[in-house]
Design a protein around this ligand. Sequence first.
Ligand code: MLT
Length: 326
Amino acid sequence: MGRIAITDGMSEKAVSILLKAGHSVQQEHYSEDQILQGALLDYDAVVIRSATKLFKKEIEASSSINRGIGFIGRAGVGVDNIDIETATNHGIYVCNTPTASTRSVVELTIGHLIASSRHITSADKSLKGGLWEKKKFRGTEIGGKNLGLIGFGRIARGVANVAIAFGMEVHIFDPFISDTPEGIVVHENIEDLFSSCTHISIHCNLSEETKNLVSLNLISLMPGIGADGVECGNHIVSCARGGIVEENDALEALDSGILASLALDVFENEPLGDSPLLSRIGFHGTPHIAASTMEAQSRVGTEMANLLLEFLDSGKPGASLNGMQI
Ligand code: MLT
């Protein structure tokens, strides 16, 4: 029987798969201090989302010679909250579910793009406040505009397909792609991407190279006038990772009118707390919910439960980020 800690929640279906297989499951969030004091030492495996951080010290405190976790499951895509190298040095498998939430993240990205161009959240607030401000909420279409994607992985490709269906021209910057997708404008440098697009959506990982990548210098290159000649202003969306958009710079861009809207699902510090962004009309925010749909969480949970079963049955998951891909 395996002992599994689920620290940031997982679908009921996944928990019941694990319980039915005879494993013990503890659903409890442990603070950083608790983890550093060895809270995970009595488990064989831990499943986290973004709230739990397993960096070097936390992993060292969760693994000793004959005790501790042998499996870290990231129920989602991003593994920037896990020190994979330290996990590997301690013989701990790290697994994620890279495809399970793609559609949900695509849908929220498109939702933010439209909501910000059409002032949906502000208009809703105004209507609920008893007002009828038709003129104030005149928006612009996304069709006929250029959408710039930073990164062109699975989610960005999904966003591109929908954006093209809406009549946008898709531009990309991704130094790591090997194919040249048809009907898409590929830029060799990020400055060209920003100077070609009134709408930008971020789809890269958070790394040393991408930390604070979206700065005031880049945002200032955006044209403000759409490819169709309409003065739509500039719009940025990120459902990728906090810290890629330099939030103070984006705030300055909003205040100076360089940016018409900034829609963020992810923030440098989460939970967001008392940010000046919250008082800006052009800012649209959601609390890191891109993958929080019933469908995505059900897929994430089932995939993670299967990886856990493989690990607990045979000592090795079928696929991992730091072991053999089978
Ligand atoms: C992910 O990386 O899968 C998403 O950001 C969702 C999450 O952190 O739960």
